[in-house]
Every structure is written in structure tokens, then in C-alpha cells.
Design a binder for this molecule. Structure first.
Ligand SMILES: [Fe+2]
Ligand SMILES: [Fe+2]
Length: 482
């Protein structure tokens, strides 16, 4: 049995799951591989496939092995299958099987449920690569270009991780699902990706930073919940994916921060005192603070829809079955079965937003969303500190969870970012104040000019404080070959 530490790095598919001894799965994955490469070339970063990118590759799962930096052509990046090390004697941490030994094979009764969760997670990975494929053309620096590509290759690896589970544990239907993961396309009219936010455009770099901050963070929450799974291979897969996910959120967090930094710096230099004076801010070639807020409103609200219905029987079933836990279940101190427990849920009753106690089992999506919102706050606090230090009274804020929703309790009502419910006409009249409109998009688009000299940055973003892998300011993160 693979113990999670022996990595075979030389074969077609680098892995620590003992593929060399597993003919069936190795063959299946080798058959899937060309389709993946075709997908990457069709739908991966456009125009940079020959360029040398200073990438981090995981060559092991221990602290020394998972971050090896070197110049790599993206199609030659070693996408592999890596599971976090097995935990000896691990037991199922929650639900009705709590305390039983974790499953090493799929329990028959939960097969469909598990397959569905793996496919939905798997579908988001290539989707984000597709959403981001045009961004290379307008990268504000080589540093940012490199970070984009790092995120992209790792999302590709996350797809590999999910496809491995499908091939290894789900036979013929797993193979079919793995094929379909390569067929769907983000935003496609007939064969879209499975979840709404993954069919939205990522038209510019501020969207990219908001996406990696907010939407990759949904990924983190889902992976944390699946990392608790009683199905041990899923748990181990997700635990390793989380190490990579942290970098994606760093890219978003620091990206937005650098945009804010540049904006307030330019305002100070120009002697602008009114942070709501968009026209004056835009004359400086930076993204004005109100527009940053609007982008935040959009990406936060789109991402909240990924948590599904506040009250959900599926979520209850998955928990009861020991398949999907709560955020950091192993750190929570309660009975971990939630029978008879309640949880406060925001609901829409007669068009009003009210808080109601609901059975905790049914409210698991709501709970995960609450944990997510808390997690989102930390970046906002940091961004606001930059604005405050620069002496401006403006504060960025997460909009109310009822704002701009398409799924769940608030899909049928209209609420402002402050949570005040209003009729559709009143909302539509204000929408341009709350969400980016065509003029905002056109302005941001006008700033999206590529900067490709090492150490140089576009007008609208500050340089990072430190380089990747401690490289100096003029390091050439991407050697462009086109
Ligand atoms: Fe991912
Ligand atoms: Fe990610």
C-alpha cells in the first residue's frame, strides 16, 4: 500500500498513490491524459504555452518537497496525483458512523452521493482555468503573470486529483464522468460548467483578484468540509489540495491590497481628499475606491450562491452519512452528530429577512456560509487599514448576504448591500451604484495594458512587498516566447 510519502516522479503521471503497481488505474489515467493535454492547449492560458514560467511544482507532500521552483513550459508542468499522508487508524469524525474506521473503499450505499460531490468539486477546477484563459494578454507585470499561471496549473492538478478518485473508485461511470469534465466549458450555452459562478466571465485583473480572494475561498471551505470525509482517499486528496489553495487566496488578497495601495497613494500624491470623487481618481489612471467596492459586491454575492440553499436535505444526508463534514469539524467541540441541535438561519419570511432557529443538520450550508463570511472579513480589514493609514474616511465592506442573490432564501427578494429589502424597480434604479456597470467595465478595460519588462508594474497596481521564492524586484518571472 502506498503510505503517501513514496512519490513516483518519473512516469507519465507523477503520483504517490502507487500507480506503478495499479495497472488498471494507470491505464485508465494514461488514456485520459491526451484529452487533458488537448483541453489544456485549447482552454488553458492563451498565448503562453511556449513561455518559460517560474513555477512551483509539488514533487512530494512533505514540507521540503511540495514547493520546488523552476522555469517550466506549462504544457510540461508535472500534473500529478498527490494525497496527503494517511493518518494511521483514522476514524470517521462525525455523523452516524462516527468512530468507525474511515473507509478505504466507497461504501455502496453512499456511492451516488460521493460521486456527485467529487464531480461537482472537479468541475470547478477546469472551469476557473477557462474563465482566466485570456488574462495573460493584459497582465500588469511578469510577477502577476506568473501568479496567474501558478494558479492555473494547480487548478489543473486539482482536476487530476478528482479524476483519480473517479477512475480509481467509480468504475465505468467514474470514467464517463472524467470524460465529461473535459467536455463542459465555462459559460457555454449548451454545455456549461455545473455551478453559476463558474460560468461568469473574469474579464479583467481586478476580477481575477476578487475571484481568487472570494471564489477560491469557497473552494477552500468546500475542501475543508470534504477533508473531514469518512471516505479517506477523498479526505487525503482535499488535504493536499488545500496547501495549494492557500496560494490562490494569497494572490487575490495581496492583489486587491496592491490595487488599493496604488489608488490611495496616487490620490495622496495628487492631493485628492474626497474618496468618492471617481472622476478625479480615474484621471490618475488608478481604479477608484467606489469601483473596487462594486467589484467586491459582485464577486462576493456570486460566490455566496455556491453554498446552495440555506436549508438543505442533501447537506444533512451528506453529514449524517459521514461524507461531508463542517468547516474544520475536528476542531469543533460538540457531539458531531447534531441530532436535535439547532442553528440560527437567515430566512426570507413574507419578504422580510428574519433569523430563525433551524435543525442544525438541515442548516449545514448556512453554517459553512457563515464560516466563509467570517473568513472573508480578514482581508477586508487589511485593505481598510491601507485606506485608513493613507488618511481617507472610505471603508470597504462586504455586502449583506441577501444582496444580489440568485440561489437560496434571498433569490426571490431584492435587498441593497446594507440588507434593506426593496421592490425590484427601486433596486434596479440603484443597481449601477452597487454593481459594476458598462462604464466601469470600459474604464477598467482601458487600464488593462500588458506590462512585460521585469520589475515594472501597470499604473493601477503597486509592486508586491516580497517576490515569489524570495526573488528580487527585477526577477524575470516569465520568459515570454510567443
Ligand atoms: Fe482548486
Ligand atoms: Fe484555487
Amino acid at each position: 500500500m502506498p503510505d503517501g510519502m513514496n512519490i513516483d516522479y518519473d512516469g507519465l503521471i507523477p503520483n504517490n498513490v502507487g500507480l506503478a503497481e495499479d495497472q488498471r488505474v494507470r491505464k485508465a489515467l494514461e488514456t485520459w491524459h491526451p484529452g487533458y493535454i488537448d483541453w489544456w492547449k485549447d482552454m488553458g492560458p492563451e498565448g503562453f504555452q511556449e513561455s518559460l514560467v517560474y513555477l512551483r511544482t509539488a514533487i512530494g507532500v512533505d514540507p521540503k518537497g511540495w514547493a520546488k521552483f523552476d522555469y517550466v513550459k506549462m504544457p510540461e508542468y508535472k500534473w500529478g496525483i498527490l494525497l496527503a499522508p494517511a493518518v494511521e487508524g483514522r476514524t470517521i469524525p462525525f455523523g452516524k458512523h462516527k468512530g468507525e474506521l474511515a473507509w478505504q473503499e466507497v461504501p455502496g450505499e453512499y456511492r451516488a452521493l460521493l460521486r456527485r460531490l467529487i464531480v461537482v468539486q472537479g468541475d470547478t477546477e477546469p472551469a476557473s482555468v477557462e474563465q482566466q484563459r485570456h488574462l495573460g494578454a493584459t497582465a500588469p507585470s511578469l510577477y502577476d503573470l506568473r501568479n496567474l499561471f501558478q494558479v492555473n496549473v494547480e487548478e489543473g492538478r486539482h482536476l487530476w486529483a478528482m479524476v483519480y478518485l473517479l477512475h480509481k473508485y467509480f468504475g465505468t461511470d467514474g470514467r464517463e464522468e472524467a470524460e465529461e469534465l473535459l467536455q463542459r466549458r465555462s459559460g457555454h450555452a449548451d454545455t456549461p460548467r455545473m455551478l453559476g459562478a463558474f460560468n461568469e466571465a473574469t474579464p479583467d485583473w481586478l476580477s481575477f483578484f476578487m475571484f481568487t480572494y472570494f471564489t477560491d475561498r469557497d473552494g477552500k471551505m468546500q475542501l475543508e468540509a470534504l477533508a473531514q470525509s469518512g471516505f479517506d482517499p477523498l479526505s487525503r486528496t482535499c488535504r493536499f489540495m488545500l496547501t495549494e489553495e492557500a496560494h490562490h487566496m494569497f494572490v487575490g488578497d495581496s492583489g486587491v491590497q496592491r490595487v488599493v495601495e496604488r489608488t490611495v497613494q496616487a490620490m495622496r500624491d495628487a492631493g485628492i481628499n474626497d474618496p468618492y470623487d471617481q472622476a478625479a481618481e480615474r484621471k490618475l489612471g488608478v481604479i477608484d475606491l467606489p469601483t473596487i467596492q462594486k467589484k467586491m459586491n459582485l464577486h462576493f454575492s456570486l460566490t455566496l450562491d455556491l453554498f446552495g440553499n440555506e436549508i438543505s436535505t442533501n447537506a444533512a444526508n451528506a453529514f449524517n452519512a459521514g461524507i461531508k463534514g463542517r468547516y474544520r469539524e475536528d476542531k469543533i467541540e460538540d457531539d458531531h452528530d447534531l441530532i436535535g441541535a439547532t442553528y440560527p438561519v437567515l430566512r426570507c419570511v413574507d419578504g422580510e429577512i428574519v433569523r430563525e432557529e433551524a435543525p442544525a443538520l438541515s442548516a449545514l450550508n448556512m453554517r459553512l456560509r457563515d464560516d466563509y463570511v467570517k473568513d472573508c472579513e480578514s482581508g477586508v480589514v487589511r485593505w481598510n487599514r491601507v485606506i485608513e493609514k493613507a488618511g481617507f474616511s472610505f471603508r470597504l465592506a462586504l455586502p449583506h448576504v441577501a444582496f444580489n442573490r440568485a440561489i437560496g432564501e434571498f433569490a426571490t427578494i431584492k435587498a441593497g448591500p446594507d440588507g434593506v429589502v426593496m421592490d425590484a424597480a427601486a433596486w434596479a434604479a440603484r443597481a449601477g451604484d452597487w454593481l459594476p456597470d458598462a462604464a466601469d467595465a470600459a474604464y477598467i478595460d482601458s487600464l488593462m495594458v500588458p506590462v512585460r519588462e521585469a520589475g515594472q508594474y501597470a499604473s493601477w497596481i503597486a509592486p508586491p512587498r516580497v517576490g515569489i521564492d524570495n526573488k528580487g524586484g527585477d526577477f524575470e518571472y516569465v520568459q515570454i516566447v510567443q
